[in-house]
Design a protein around this ligand. Structure first.
Ligand SMILES: NC(=O)c1ccc[n+]([C@@H]2O[C@H](COP(=O)([O-])OP(=O)(O)OC[C@H]3O[C@@H](n4cnc5c(N)ncnc54)[C@H](O)[C@@H]3O)[C@@H](O)[C@H]2O)c1
Length: 443
């Protein structure tokens, strides 16, 4: 197995992880990283921390950790910053989110209190169920974007970071489609000056990041950096972008189960998914327009994996229904039920029931960590624009126009690891060599 030297700039100095939104996911991520750094917890769910990568043939037994092979920034080098419409510092925000136990949070209090939210660029028209005092006032959208750029620079100075990445962990904004101001970078900049109502707060953060050379990933389902204007700007500025909507919970299960059914050529007649959740995210999603954004990112998954146009007998009439119900008693401990009506040999019906008692932010936090580290890697490797190889982490992978998003978790995983192999200077693994009879076989 040969490795050619890779062209990734080594990580040196501190990496600032910026999160618009300092709610359940962001605080669970930050508190979790600090616990891992102190050696009091393990980073379960994080490929960047735990997974190995096989190089060469299986028999060569070369399996370094991903983080060593591609030289990811170590957790010790991470600094944090965030914005929120509420003024709570990361400790109070984590207490209110009620995801991590008090016993876990109390030792981290001093550290978490140092992370004060910067004032948010916020517009209630985009998140109807939310209102808070910690919001930038006045000016045009251009002024707001410039203020966010200043925030990025100031926080980098304060923390002594020489690089930053941004992961949107803010509430889900209402469902919108790209409009004229999203067609080109120039139209977008004119829209900022004109206060175009089609430019949402999350787009201001994305724009500010891209202008500051900061990689941007969108963890929510709303329209953000996934417009021609910001995609072109990212390419022009040499900045990686990725999205959208963290793949956790029910959609994660869907993209694990559906490829298995398809691989075995089992038919599916119906897939009914319903959830109850009671965190602030659930409250925001109780608004029909925010739910619409979520529904759209969740719905495309099955069609793309099952290919009903290629397998009409198996999947053409599949009835796919998704429900999210806000139910306060459950807090962050979401419950997702799936009823799957499948069809086997000679058309005989069978059923699968899934009852996933999950913890939303516990599933999302390692995704934020991995995205932050891999987006930083992409930046250091000079990979600008959409990072399709990170589709693994998203419900609705952002791809270039004309590309087909891949939803199958296993194909996404293979692609991601092969991209990492290539970035690290090794050969991609095809699994073909394993079936060649060795020359020294004694039969
Ligand atoms: N937890 C999961 O499993 C999961 C999965 C996929 C996507 N997501 C998405 O991740 C996002 C965060 O989820 P959460 O559970 O942490 O929600 P949350 O409600 O706990 O936190 C979101 C925070 O964003 C803040 N906010 C809203 N608009 C803002 C703005 N313009 N600027 C700065 N702050 C803003 C809110 O005040 C809130 O504190 C949501 O959009 C959610 O849909 C979460």
């Amino acid at each position: 197995m040969s490795i050619t030297p890779s062209s990734i700039t080594p990580h040196e100095g501190k990496l600032l992880v910026l999160t618009p939104g300092l709610g359940s996911v962001a605080t669970t991520f930050i508190a979790g990283v600090e616990s891992v750094r102190r050696g009091t917890a393990k980073p379960f769910g994080s490929l960047s921390q735990l997974q190995t990568i096989r190089l060469g043939r299986r028999s060569e037994n070369i399996n370094p950790l991903i983080r060593d092979f591609v030289n990811l920034a170590p957790l010790e080098d991470l600094e944090f910053g965030g914005w929120d419409v509420f003024a709570d510092d990361a400790f109070d925000a984590a207490l209110r989110a009620d995801v991590l136990k008090n016993g876990e949070l109390a030792p981290l209090e001093d550290f978490l209190r140092t992370i004060q939210p910067m004032t948010a660029a916020f517009d209630r028209a985009y998140v109807k169920r939310l209102d808070g005092p910690n919001v930038k006032q006045g000016g045009t959208k251009k002024d707001l974007a410039e203020a966010l750029r200043e925030d990025i620079r100031r926080r980098m100075d304060e923390t002594g970071a020489n690089r930053a990445v941004m992961v949107w962990c803010g509430s889900t904004e209402v469902y919108t489609r790209p409009s004229a101001c999203h067609a080109t970078p120039e139209a977008f900049e004119q829209g900022l000056l004109d206060n175009d109502p089609a430019i949402s707060p999350s787009q201001l953060y994305a724009y500010a990041a891209i202008q500051e050379g900061v990689p941007y990933a969108n963890g929510a389902p709303n329209l953000s950096a996934d417009t021609p204007a910001l995609e072109q700007l990212a390419l022009r500025n040499g900045v990686p972008i990725a999205g959208k909507d963290f793949k956790t919970g029910q959609t994660l299960m869907k993209t694990i189960l559906a490829p298995g059914m398809k691989a075995r050529m089992l038919g599916i007649r119906g897939w009914f998914s319903t959830n109850i959740l009671g965190n602030r995210d659930g409250e925001v999603l109780d608004d029909a327009d925010s739910f619409k954004a979520k529904e759209v990112t969740k719905a495309g998954v099955l069609d793309s994996i099952l290919q009903p146009e290629v397998y009409p007998d198996l999947y053409k009439d599949l009835y796919h229904k998704i429900r999210i119900n806000y139910y306060p008693p459950r807090g962050d401990e979401k419950e997702g039920w799936d009823n799957i009506d499948i069809v086997g040999w000679l058309g005989y019906p069978m059923q699968i029931k899934v009852d996933f008692l999950c913890r939303d932010s516990i599933l999302a936090a390692p995704i934020v960590l991995d995205l932050a580290l891999f987006m930083d890697l992409a930046g250091r490797a000079g990979r600008a624009g959409i990072q399709e190889w990170l589709s693994f982490y998203f419900k609705s992978p952002q791809v270039y126009e004309g590309h087909v998003p891949e939803h199958d978790l296993f194909i996404q995983h293979l692609r991601m690891k092969n991209t990492l192999r290539v970035m690290g200077g090794a050969e991609p693994v095809t699994h073909l060599s394993e079936s060649i009879v060795p020359e020294d076989a004694s039969y």
